[in-house]
Ligand binder design. Structure first.
Ligand SMILES: [Zn+2]
Length: 159
């Protein structure tokens, strides 16, 4: 969920080392693992149920598993005109529930597809109001089968 520093780093990296661009573009031809793609599909389906036509492929986004540093479970990296990459921590993924996986992928798509920043607002009970919470604020993150629909409405800016 830590993302912004990574965006900057990638942008600088590309501008300084043009020869790496080919590698990065070639990466975009690699299919995302099915396990990640099924959550991309779920994101599109949730959008469609709300009358929105989202197409993750149209923004050249792909997903991959990796070993991320401590306390980071997901990351969205992009710079203009480059493929956008969602990296998910393999260890976290292996022990995450369905809902936790959905939450994580939707959060990263919030960055990579919807181009949203973090939102650490909380309600009067101290609970986070957005999937886009940073995970480092003091709001309590409660995402479950009863309230997920509300969170997804918020993510998609549906009032
Ligand atoms: Zn984030």
């Amino acid at each position: 969920m830590k993302n912004l520093t990574n965006i900057t780093v990638l942008a600088i990296f590309i501008s300084l080392t043009g020869c790496y661009e080919d590698d990065i573009i070639a990466d975009s031809l690699v299919e995302s693992p099915d396990e990640i793609q099924s959550y991309f599909k779920a994101f599109e389906e949730e959008a469609l149920q709300r009358g929105l036509n989202y197409d993750v492929d149209s923004k050249n986004i792909y997903g991959e598993f990796a070993d991320l540093p401590d306390n980071t479970v997901g990351q969205c990296s992009y710079s203009p005109d480059q493929p956008r990459k969602i990296t998910l921590d393999q260890n976290y993924w292996n022990r995450a529930s369905e809902l936790e996986k959905e939450y994580l992928v939707f959060h990263e798509l919030g960055h990579c597809y919807l181009e949203k920043l973090h939102n650490d607002n909380k309600n009067e009970f101290g609970a986070c109001v957005s999937i886009m919470n940073s995970g480092t604020s003091d709001c309590r993150n409660i995402y479950n089968s009863r309230n997920r629909s509300e969170f997804i409405d918020e993510l998609f800016d549906i009032k």
